[in-house]
Design a protein around this ligand. Sequence first.
Ligand SMILES: *Cc1c(COP(=O)(O)O)cnc(C)c1O
Length: 380
Amino acid sequence: MNEIRMVDLLSQYRKIKPEIDQSIQQVIESTAFINGPEVKSFQKDFENYLGIKHVITCGNGTDALQISLMALGLKPGDEIITTDFTFIATVEIIELLGMKTVIVDPEPDSFNISPGSIEKAITKKTKAVIPVHLFGQCADMESIMNIAKKYNLYIIEDAAQAMGTDYSFSNGVIKKAGTIGNIGCTSFFPSKNLGGYGDGGAIFTGNHDLAEKIRAIANHGMKVKYYHSHVGVNSRLDSIQAAVLRVKLKHLDEFNLARQKAANIYDNVLTDINNITIPSRTSDSTHIFNQYTIKLKNINRAKLRKFLQSRGIPTMIYYPVPMHLQDAYRHLGYREGDFPVTEDLCRTVLSLPMHTELTGEQINYITDNINEFVNHYVSM
Ligand SMILES: *Cc1c(COP(=O)(O)O)cnc(C)c1O
């Protein structure tokens, strides 16, 4: 059995090596390293895959979120609602732009932002909501879009963990994660489902004017060279990353399927183990398992992790600290107890190895060891 890793990009690379190597080589020989034809081709390919008019690539997923808030013309003091249970980038950019972060709890089962909590947090100053499609499954976008319409709010989807996820509306319309709100954002960080071999990100929108503005802001606020119409940033995807991503995009559905198969094998065994809750699957969204995250009850998480580590099984905690209790965000004025769902999740979640190359043998080994620990521990 091969070494078990949280993410195994090396085995995946070996499978697609000829395509990747050729694609990278071609960029080197073209010497069009920045904004070359490869970047434009990738944007087109990705627009077709997502079924959206405009994909604008940028430097990383955090920039994608920041540029989105800037492009929507949001101002210091505007309130932006987002979830307490996410990666820090979602909150960071709101604060960097001097806007007010309004945190709400997620749903305990799906881990995704709770529409009911969003509606309760809305004030006259609320301008936008940033739902995060955590771990690969869409937030309840039908309810969220209804709230946006009712209160006239912008929706910026943080779809960094959900590239390829399909969301179904009750009228039968199916859309890709990131193409539902006014703007969608993703990251091409190597461990994402669609990851490059370095940093990268992208912004999606169906609105032409917004797309123009986003494109300008990501490029020093200029539409015409050396004429600056907006205060911008310098955020671009390099051509070598685009070359890698073009190849990986062709394999994205097949890669996501491999993750889903791995998740099904995990589910089948773990569902029978006491005090472990397998990831919930909602009926309106597919799940592409950027992370396979279980919840523990009456099981000592630190001891379980140590035990698994001793058997050669890595695990991670996504995420150990709620946004409202992070030291850098004390000024928001939240306290322990304010968001009980997130606080509980941060104490009880555990992410298991999940990637495209995980074998049935490896998963059985992982679940056997979890089973052994749980039976031993509970009987102690
Ligand atoms: C990865 C990630 C980001 C940020 O992406 P970077 O490319 O690392 O800046 C933002 N939000 C979520 C939910 C992510 O998982």
